[in-house]
Design a binder for this molecule. Structure first.
Ligand SMILES: CC(C)(COP(=O)(O)OP(=O)(O)OC[C@H]1O[C@@H](n2cnc3c(N)ncnc32)[C@H](O)[C@@H]1OP(=O)(O)O)[C@@H](O)C(=O)NCCC(=O)NCCS
Length: 193
């Protein structure tokens, strides 16, 4: 049984550390993306999509197709509007999420979580829990009080998020066209930190 425990911040980055079956895990906020990290993010997003993950694409998808979407996120990160929460296991890149920060002065206590993903070969071992817990820790450090995210209907992922306290507050009917004739609702979930 995997256990996600919050520990000391990762060096110089204000992240969180934990242990899963004697491996060292950390989730760090990243506000500057170099070429190495970009390559890892791109490979992860593409591989997770091709493994059937609901992170904005349906398989098959190539790195060339994902790259413009990643680069748009990187640009928003570099402008300070979003940040990456990067999950590492024993120092090795293992997944990420995007935290989209509030722009409106009236919404400084709210943020949106996007693209939550663990590399396919590492899924099902408790790392998703570590990643979401790390995102929450980063959000709390920034004074956020509520998080919002969306889930593709029919995936069952709302059950995963419910264990962190997320509840559904609405849905956009048929908003996600997975394939012709297969429109899924987009479920909107929120969690009070
Ligand atoms: C969703 C995801 C991040 C979860 O990470 P993970 O490492 O596989 O999950 P964990 O091993 O930490 O699982 C934690 C719990 O969530 C449950 N869970 C994981 N994926 C689930 C799913 N798709 N539906 C329902 N429950 C799920 C697990 O059964 C486990 O429950 P347990 O603690 O009672 O055994 C990962 O599977 C992933 O990257 N999926 C593809 C991308 C994706 O669809 N992201 C969601 C965007 S909203």
């Amino acid at each position: 049984m995997a256990v996600a425990a919050e520990g000391s911040p990762c060096p110089g980055a204000g992240g969180r550390t934990g242990r899963i079956q004697a491996v060292h895990t950390e989730v760090c906020p990243v506000e500057a993306v170099d070429d190495d990290l970009r390559a890892q993010l791109l490979a992860c997003w593409t591989d997770v999509s091709n493994a059937g993950g609901s992170v904005g694409f349906v398989p098959p998808v190539t790195e060339e197709e994902v790259a413009p979407h990643l680069d748009a996120v990187v640009e928003r990160v570099h402008r300070g509007h979003e940040l990456f929460a990067v999950l590492r296991v024993d120092g090795e890149f293992a997944g990420f999420a995007v935290l989209s920060l509030p722009v409106s002065p009236l919404r400084r206590h709210w943020a949106t979580v996007l693209r939550v993903q663990v590399r396919p070969e590492r899924q099902g071992r408790g790392l998703g829990r570590v990643l979401v817990s790390g995102v929450h820790a980063i959000a709390r450090d920034r004074g956020l009080e509520f998080l919002h995210l969306t889930v593709r209907g029919g995936t069952g992922l709302e059950a995963f998020y419910a264990t962190f306290g997320y509840r559904e507050f609405g849905r956009m009917p048929g908003a996600v066209r997975v394939a012709p004739g297969d429109d899924r609702d987009e479920l909107h979930l929120t969690c009070r930190l």
